[in-house]
Design a protein around this ligand. Structure first.
Ligand code: FAD
Length: 400
């Protein structure tokens, strides 16, 4: 079939969508717009804090997509979406027309959520929630921290990219401290009452990092009724709603999030800041020619993960081809698996299968997923190996 499909964003969602379209329908005209020549994966980026990897090993390019899947790569940013004309304005000034648009532009930060925390300040107190130079900076700050120093991690409110991410980060930081700075401490200040895989994380922290003891390497505090609302950068202190102060040698603030700026500016988000979609086709509820996948989309109860973005992208590509060919769109089911490392030899996971119910809403299939348990997933050592192989497979599956 002919048809111009433009995919915006060359992350896990966009790359998978472009690759799937290219492998299913050679007649399509597929363009991928992404400003960066190389993509650095957030999955695996927490491993940097334990000294297990580096940015080069977390980087991937688009050569396979262009050479083997016929994707036309445009290294540019989309400035705006002219929805009535079904065209995009790129930063270079170039215009790109589409019959169907797939958006996977990821997240933006809500800079109003913590007073004093701005994009400029984040260059000194990195969030490191988009893997890249900030990840390296945060790792350097951790590795250079004074003996017995304190790392503060300010976790974000739901919903956000990678629900287990802040806690895997604390684990990997503790792994480093246990070897190089054993009197150091990581304090997680959380606006939530609980978090993903909490019982598994806490059991792992007890086993490896003296969690719950006075000299433990990790402390977790729920500040659900009194969240952090302010940063005093000069004083290296974060301040809660009621004025409680917490000082740190290293401060990692992970702000509240929304869909990427492009999606917000195009009027594709709801009051919550995310793009509502019809799950079966991932079509925007606000524009029938635009599909939104990945972190930017509201795909609850699926979490915002690379694995989920990859799964959403495959279903979306099938739907786009069905709509272009004017044939029935297949009814998909979706998958998510999220692994986290507590130590290099201790992995934990959560898995889920998702499907449409009678009302065409997305629901978790009962009994089809779950958390690590020795009976199902084998040992913690095996799961640590799976964490690495799932990462490699996901990268290969998404970027070719
Ligand atoms: P992204 O990967 O963010 O890609 C969006 C792309 O769009 C970017 O490359 C950006 O340059 C581009 N873009 C944005 N705006 C424009 C524009 N205007 N024009 C053109 N291009 C644009 N997930 C897992 O499954 N497993 C894990 O182990 C895991 N670990 C994580 C650890 C950390 C520390 C973090 C932060 C995240 C982790 N995740 C993990 C989550 C995962 O990184 C995201 O869910 C995933 O990247 C979402 O993919 P996406 O395609 O929606 O967005």
């Amino acid at each position: 079939t002919g048809g111009r499909v433009v995919v915006v964003g060359g992350g896990f969602g966009g790359a998978t969508a472009a690759k799937t379209l290219g492998s299913l329908d050679a007649g399509l005209n597929i363009t991928l717009v992404e400003p960066k020549a190389r993509y650095i994966t957030c999955p695996g980026s927490n491993w940097l804090f334990a000294g297990l990897t580096d940015l080069l090993r977390l980087s991937v390019d688009y050569r396979t997509l262009t050479e083997y899947y016929g994707i036309d790569l445009v290294t540019d940013s989309v400035e705006s979406i002219e929805r009535e004309r079904r065209q995009l304005r790129l930063t270079s000034g170039r215009m790109l027309a589409y019959d169907r648009l797939i958006l996977s532009p990821g997240i933006a930060f809500n800079w109003d959520s913590i007073a004093g925390y701005t994009p400029e300040v984040a260059e000194l107190f990195p969030h490191a929630w988009q893997a890249g130079p900030q990840t390296v900076l945060l790792a350097r700050q951790l590795h250079a921290m004074r003996r017995g120093g304190v790392v503060l991690i300010v976790a974000p409110p739901d919903p956000y990219r990678c629900p287990p991410g802040p806690y895997e980060r604390a684990s990997m930081m503790a792994c480093w401290l246990s070897r190089h700075n054993p009197r150091g401490k990581i304090i997680i200040l959380d606006p939530k009452r609980g978090f993903s895989k909490q019982a598994l994380f806490e059991a792992g922290w007890r086993r490896h990092y003296r969690y719950g003891e006075a000299d433990g390497l990790i402390e977790w505090h729920s500040l659900a009724d009194n969240p952090i609302t302010q940063l005093d950068a000069q004083g290296r202190t974060v301040i809660s709603d009621f004025g409680d102060r917490f000082s740190g040698d290293v401060i990692n603030i992970i702000p509240a999030q929304t869909a990427a700026t492009l999606a917000v500016a195009a009027g594709l988000t709801d009051a919550g800041g995310w793009c509502p979609v019809e799950p079966k086709t991932s079509r925007s509820l606000f524009d029938e020619f635009i599909h939104v996948i990945g972190d930017a989309a509201h795909f609850s109860p699926m979490p915002k993960s690379a694995f989920a973005a990859n799964s959403e992208a495959k279903a979306c590509a099938m739907a786009v081809i069905g709509l272009l060919r004017e044939v029935e769109v297949p009814t998909p089911s979706w998958l998510n698996v999220c692994y986290s490392l507590i130590t290099p030899e201790h992995g934990i996971s959560v898995a889920g299968v998702y499907a449409l119910d009678a009302a065409q809403s997305l629901v978790a299939v009962a009994g089809a997923g779950g958390l690590s348990s020795p009976a199902i997933s084998g040992s913690a050592e095996l799961e640590a190996g799976y964490a690495r192989s799932v990462y490699r497979n996901l990268l290969k599956d998404s970027f070719g």
